[in-house]
Write a protein that binds this ligand. Structure first.
Ligand code: IPE
Ligand code: IPE
Ligand code: MG
Length: 251
C-alpha cells in the first residue's frame, strides 16, 4: 500500500475515480507465443486483481475500457472471444461482486450487442443497482464520440417532446452521457506504453490527470495501480485556476 501524501502542500488527494484503458493483451500473448485469446483471458484475471486492490488505495470507482466501438474492426473470431469472456466473467463473478457491495454499470451503446450480452448487461446492472460501496463501470461497445452524439440526440429528443428548452449547455450534455450521475474522473491510466485515448471518455477527460504505464494489461494489479496512484498524488490539479498556495506560506 502506498503511503498517503494527503496534507502535503499542493498534493492531490485521492484519486476517487480511476479510469483504465486496459491495453496490451495481444502483445502479452504474442510475447509468449500464445494466441491473442489467451492474453484476453489473462486480462480478465488482471481486472479481478485490480478491482480487488482498488479500495485499499481509497479508490471508490473504477471505469474500465473493455470494448470500443472501433474494436468491431477486429477479426470475427477475436470479437467472439471477447464476447465469450463477458459471458464467463459475469457468470463467475457477478454474485460475488453483488455480495461485496459493488455496483456494476455498463457504459456504451446497447444496440449492436448480441442479444444475450445485452441481457447479461441488464442483469448485472439490475442485480447490483442497490449497492454503493464501490462503483465498477465497464465501457463496452463504448466510444467517446458516439456517447457525446447520443447525449446531444437525447437533448434534441427532449426539446422535440417539450421536456427541455434550448440552448444546449455543458450540464445538459453531461446529463445525457452514459457516465451521468457518476463521480468525476480523477485519473486516466493507459497500460502497454501507448499514449492516446483511443476514443475513451473524451468529454470526461477534460481535467483528468493522465498516467501512461509500460506494463501490459495482463500483468496489472495492486503494484502498478499503487504506482499510478502515487504519480497522481504528486500532481497539482488547477482546473484552469491558480495553483493552491502552499499551506506553510499562507499560515
Ligand atoms: C486490450 O488489448 C484489449 C482490448 C482492446 C479488447 P489489445 O487486444 O488491444 O492488445 P494489443 O494492443 O494488441 O497488445
Ligand atoms: C483501446 O485499445 C480499447 C480498449 C482497451 C478496450 P485499442 O487497442 O483498441 O486501441 P488502439 O487501436 O491501439 O488505438
Ligand atoms: Mg491494443
Amino acid at each position: 500500500m502506498t503511503a498517503p501524501t494527503a496534507g502535503l502542500p499542493g498534493a492531490a488527494e485521492g484519486p476517487k475515480h480511476v479510469a483504465l484503458i486496459m491495453d496490451g493483451n495481444g502483445r502479452w500473448a504474442q510475447a509468449r507465443g500464445l494466441p491473442r485469446a489467451m492474453g484476453h483471458r489473462e486480462g480478465v484475471q488482471a481486472l479481478k486483481r485490480t478491482v480487488q486492490a482498488a479500495p485499499s488505495f481509497g479508490v471508490e470507482c473504477l471505469t474500465v475500457f473493455g470494448f470500443s466501438t472501433e474494436n468491431w474492426r477486429r477479426p470475427a473470431e477475436e470479437v467472439s472471444d471477447l464476447m465469450g469472456l463477458v459471458r464467463s466473467y459475469v457468470a463467475s463473478d457477478l454474485n460475488r461482486l453483488a455480495r461485496e457491495g459493488v455496483r456494476v454499470r455498463v457504459l456504451g451503446r446497447r444496440t449492436g450487442l448480441p442479444a444475450d450480452i445485452a441481457a447479461i448487461v441488464d442483469r448485472a446492472e439490475a442485480q447490483t443497482a442497490h449497492n454503493s460501496r464501490f462503483l465498477l463501470q465497464v465501457a463496452f461497445n463504448y466510444g467517446g464520440q458516439a456517447d457525446i452524439v447520443d447525449a446531444a440526440q437525447r437533448h434534441i429528443d427532449k426539446i422535440l417532446a417539450g421536456e427541455a428548452t434550448g440552448p444546449l449547455d455543458e450540464a445538459a450534455l453531461s446529463a445525457g452521457l452514459s457516465t451521468a450521475g457518476g463521480p468525476p474522473v480523477d485519473l486516466i491510466v493507459r497500460t502497454s506504453g501507448e499514449q492516446r485515448l483511443s476514443n475513451f471518455l473524451l468529454w470526461e477527460a477534460a481535467y483528468a490527470e493522465m498516467v501512461f504505464q509500460n506494463v501490459l494489461w495482463p500483468d496489472y494489479g495492486a503494484g502498478p495501480l499503487g504506482e499510478a496512484v502515487e504519480q497522481y498524488r504528486n500532481r497539482d490539479r488547477r482546473f484552469g485556476g491558480l495553483m493552491p498556495q502552499p499551506a506553510l506560506a499562507t499560515g
